[in-house]
Design a protein around this ligand. Structure first.
Ligand code: ZN
Length: 67
């Protein structure tokens, strides 16, 4: 599979937290849709993009009380 990055290696990717503007570290193998937690405010953030890295507050998980 061809590498779209063209050999550019991105290590230690970070993106600004939309809640508190802190730089949140994203794993360099992270994927869009993954949930990361802000180390500053503890918000759950969904990765919305990687180039550039973009974070969005994840919707709160619905409690499922069973069927
Ligand atoms: Zn934050």
């Amino acid at each position: 599979m061809p590498n779209a990055e063209g050999g550019l290696t991105v290590a230690g990717l970070t993106a600004a937290c939309p809640e508190c503007d802190a730089q949140v570290a994203i794993g360099d193998d992270a994927e869009v849709g993954e949930i990361v937690s802000c180390t500053e405010c503890g918000a759950d953030l969904e990765i919305r993009g990687l180039t550039p890295a973009r974070l969005e507050v994840a919707p709160p998980e619905e409690e499922d009380w069973g069927e």
